[in-house]
Design a protein around this ligand. Structure first.
Ligand code: 5GP
Length: 142
């Protein structure tokens, strides 16, 4: 497997060199909205420490990312009135990975509404800003 590339786009977001629509942050993880959501509220959860994917991440960081993904899933159920949540995580190109800093997709789902194909639809900035506010408020409320 190739080495971690510190110039991947999510590493730049983690360093604050590129913007994101932040949903949650603590000392070990950051969660922000996918700008090409497969459904409204599609959120990505990342460990702050460098890790290419599930194959090189320290198990404690992976466990923490899972905890944050759970928090976001619960917040999306209440704040967005979701009927379900799809969690996805891809590893290496043949496994579907496109950005090589580990991330877990948390995708709120509505009954009868299929997910959009990956990278098909770029959400409007205003809609992303509003969604981030909604999810952040729900997470802060616990
Ligand atoms: P994966 O690597 O798991 O296949 O998915 C990468 C995800 O990152 C895709 O869902 C894609 O829409 C999302 N993505 C790609 N570039 C950016 C970006 O610059 N900002 C954000 N927030 N998401 C991105």
């Amino acid at each position: 497997m190739p080495a971690y590339d510190p110039n991947n786009i999510f590493a730049k977001i983690l360093r604050g060199e590129l913007p994101c629509y932040k949903v949650y942050e603590d000392d070990k993880a950051l969660a922000f909205l996918d700008i090409m959501p497969r459904a409204p509220g599609h959120t990505l959860v990342l460990p702050k420490a460098p890790a290419r994917n599930i194959l090189d991440v320290p198990p404690d960081d992976l466990a923490h990312v899972a905890k944050v993904a759970q928090k976001i899933a619960k917040a999306a159920m209440t704040a967005l009135g979701a009927d379900g949540i799809t969690v996805q995580q891809f590893n290496e190109g043949p496994g579907g990975q496109v950005v090589f800093h580990l991330h877990v997709h948390v995708i709120p789902r509505m009954a009868g509404v299929p997910m959009k194909p990956p990278a098909e639809f770029k959400e409007k900035p205003e809609a992303l800003a509003e969604m981030a506010k909604t999810l952040m408020a729900a997470l802060a409320a616990g």
